[in-house]
Write a protein that binds this ligand. Structure first.
Ligand code: DP6
Length: 340
């Protein structure tokens, strides 16, 4: 029997994956660029019992250590990924896994990137496979959560469009290169009504999608890469805000349209713009949801967070920052704590 626990940070995309040529094989239309997060993580404990044939088990761990069975939709995705990994490495045996997020699951922050990264790294390690980062990234991507391919690395990560994105993600610079803060402004705690998967599927129906691809594959990605390479926040900020608004413009003009924003989303975008006018440099980006990630430099973070907490409709501000790669420990702590 082999048991491990893995912690993996979520990530926030500066250049977004939005739209897939082939959703089943997770082939994106364009390259994406992200920063791995530190505070918002998924923890996954996994036990592999070689040769055992009883069914796998998927548990959700609460912060008090108790375990409950995951619902069918979630366990279905996990079980499919476990099957894929066992097949890939030619192993047979039973897996028991438990997972939890360090951030409130009600906060509406995408947890599938960190969750499937942690699961993939944990299962690979429990299976005794020695994988390169590139292979882990490709395997994480096959979970269906393309953004998970980026969370297997720390710092700044590009999921390039080499081999149409099938090559997986690559680390550009590790977390020590540049510390940025990400103030995650929570305005909506409900799960999003339209999944990213549906968003990817509908993206090409927007009349503006071709224009987006020209920008995002060309000048916008070049500008973002250069800004990370030169640690130039004044150059990076406008690019990430333009990119997020462009992605949401595609969502809003898709058929049928997708509106992720809530009134408080606009209030936060406005507050960030006004703060800039007062010398507090923060720039906004959004995933497929209503919550706003405000990127800033460490020295601006406290003052900006206080301002954002005061905006009407803001539930909380989670203070995150550039994070490292997944951490692997021996022992299935979540399972042991839960009494399994
Ligand atoms: C808007 O297909 O990776 O976050 O499985 O929900 O994590 P999940 O979505 P995925 O699409 C990510 C969409 C995005 C942009 C991005 O992270 O690149």
């Amino acid at each position: 029997m082999s048991s491990v626990t893995v912690e993996s940070g979520s990530n926030i995309a500066f250049i977004k994956y939005w739209g897939a040529r082939d959703l089943e094989r997770v082939v994106p239309f364009n390259a994406s660029l992200s920063m791995t997060l530190d505070t918002c993580r998924s923890i996954c404990s996994l036990e592999f019992r070689e040769g055992e044939t009883t069914a796998d088990e998927v548990w959700l761990a609460a912060s008090d250590g108790s375990l409950r069975r995951a619902d069918e939709a979630f366990s279905g995705r996990v079980l499919r990924q476990l099957d894929r990994l066992r097949d890939h490495f030619g192993k047979s045996g039973r897996m028991v896994m438990a997972t939890r997020n360090t951030f409130p699951s009600s906060a509406g922050i995408a947890s599938s990137a960190s969750g499937f990264s942690a699961l993939t790294v944990a299962a690979t390690s429990a299976l005794g496979a020695d994988c390169s980062g590139a292979e882990l990234s490709r395997l994480a991507m096959l979970s269906g959560s393309g953004s998970a391919s980026r969370s297997v690395f720390g710092g700044y990560v590009e999921w390039s469009d080499r081999d149409e994105g099938q090559a997986g993600a690559e680390p550009l610079r590790d977390e020590s290169w540049w510390t940025l803060h990400d103030l995650i402004v929570v305005v909506d705690t409900e799960p999003k009504e339209v999944s990213s998967r549906d968003g990817h599927r509908r993206a090409t129906s927007s009349p503006y999608f071709e224009q987006r691809l020209r920008d995002v594959r060309g000048r916008r990605m070049r500008a973002a890469l250069r800004a990370v390479e030169e640690r130039d926040f004044a150059a990076l900020g406008p690019v990430i805000e333009e990119e997020a608004i462009d992605m949401h413009l595609i969502a809003m003009s898709s058929s049928p349209p997708i509106f992720y924003w809530k009134p408080a989303t606009l209030a936060v975008l406005d507050a960030v713009r006004r703060a800039r006018g007062d010398g507090l440099a923060g720039w906004s980006t959004l995933d497929a949801g209503a919550n706003v990630h405000v990127l800033c430099e460490p020295q601006t973070s406290d003052a900006l967070a206080s301002r954002l907490e005061a905006v009407d409709g803001v539930v909380e501000v989670i203070r995150d920052r550039t994070g490292g790669p997944p951490v692997v420990r021996q022992g299935a702590e979540l399972l042991e704590r839960g009494g399994l």
